[in-house]
Ligand binder design. Structure first.
Ligand code: ZN
Length: 391
């Protein structure tokens, strides 16, 4: 075994020992339970200054500022600075993971996955309680955030595997932009109603299991034919999911992040405004319903947006994610945050599971006893490839 492989092995075993520690350190959070519905809205890449800049530049107030309980979420993953996959995993499973992991804790060894733990997520919790569960996003169905509530993979880029798991899974609704992987045929085979437009979604009876691959604009709309505004999708998804047993819904505004990566402030603000309307629609339902908690947060900040104290001007300072704590705001319960409190992102998933009335172990990390086999496999395969290259 060469030095590099040995160093790799030590790193993997070290990571494993760390993980054993983190998985067993399950803290009980005592809060009121058994709310009927939970709606979680994730503004991907949405920092406090994404909101402040939008308000200043557009001369508007935002609905999200009216939410009664306001605090912050700390976003780090096991890799340090998080990506959206580990961010979604923390929010949906209540446990940290390495970047690129979706609802599991795994390492990539010579590009092969070695999975240490498989995590239970809040969509699965909702389904196990007889509730409905769904995800709506302005991203593709394979995006890291929706996938973090509907699939388990060691790597976020496994688009086909993620789609296969979503189709084979038991969620009630997955609405996203068209990735090309979700087709009418595949939906028919797997028991989903396929939809490629807002118009089709509007005709579906309550409770239809529907998979939408939308080709129109989602994150913002100029009202063109074929557009499917995120705020409209949010109201419609709530109508679809609403039932006596309750539901869990995750809504993602993905383009706050996407536009901030390219430092497109105008695009970021349009995404914030549409996401804010989605929040308003969710809270309006919660007010009417009286038994629904709405949680608004982000997986991380993107763009390092800062405000110049002297001029009051906002500006991007980078094109990547940052470690800045992000807004965490609630309607319906003050048990998670209030008065500007900062909590770990993992507290959100734990809070949701409790609120839904889940009394089993959560967070729950199933140890993968086959990890050594996967590790040896990866090393052997790599050695074979190296030998082939050398020959
Ligand atoms: Zn990003």
């Amino acid at each position: 075994m060469n030095q590099k492989i040995i160093r790799r092995l030590i790193a993997v075993l070290l990571a494993l020992s760390l993980l054993c520690g983190c998985a067993s350190a399950v803290q009980a959070i005592v809060i009121p339970q058994n709310v009927k519905n939970v709606i979680l809205l994730i503004g991907d890449g949405m920092g406090e200054n994404s909101l402040e800049w939008t308000k200043q530049a557009k001369g508007v107030s935002l609905f999200v500022d009216t939410l009664p309980y306001q605090g912050y979420s700390k976003t780090d993953s096991l890799s340090g600075l998080t990506d959206s996959a580990a961010g979604a995993t923390a929010l949906s499973c209540g446990l940290r993971a390495f970047n690129s992991n979706l609802c599991e804790c795994a390492a990539s060894v010579y590009d092969r996955g070695v999975t240490f733990f498989t995590y239970l997520n809040v969509s699965e919790v909702a389904k196990s309680l007889g509730k409905r569960a769904g995800v709506v996003t302005s991203d593709l169905n394979t995006g890291a955030t929706p996938a973090g509530f509907s699939a388990h993979t060691f790597r976020r880029s496994e688009d086909q595997e993620i789609t296969d798991q979503q189709l084979a899974g038991d969620l009630d609704l997955i609405w996203a932009g068209a990735s090309g992987l979700v087709t009418a045929e595949r939906c028919a085979e797997t028991g989903w109603q396929y939809a490629d437009s807002l118009e089709t979604l509007q005709t579906l009876p309550n409770g239809t299991r529907s998979f939408a691959a939308l080709s129109g604009k989602i994150y913002y709309t100029d009202g063109a034919q074929g557009d499917a505004p995120l705020s409209t999708l949010t109201s419609l998804a709530i109508e679809q999911l609403d039932n006596d047993a309750g539901f869990f819904l995750m809504v993602e505004g993905a383009h706050i992040d996407k536009n901030s990566h390219s430092n497109d402030a105008e695009g970021m603000m349009r995404a914030v405004l549409e996401f804010d309307k989605a929040i308003e629609n969710a809270v309006e339902f919660a007010k009417r319903d009286g038994n629904t908690i709405v949680i608004v947060t982000a997986d991380h900040e993107t763009g390092g947006i800062t405000r110049d104290e002297a001029t009051g001007e906002f500006a991007y300072t980078c094109g990547d994610h940052t470690r800045t704590d992000v807004p965490l705001r609630l309607f319906g319960s003050d048990a998670l945050v209030k008065d500007g409190k900062h909590v770990k992102n993992t507290a959100v998933g734990r809070f949701i599971a409790k609120q839904l009335g889940y009394t089993e172990r959560f967070p729950d990390a199933q140890f993968n006893f086959g990890f050594l086999g996967e590790l040896i496999d990866a090393l052997v395969q790599h050695a074979k490839e190296q030998t082939a290259v050398a020959a």
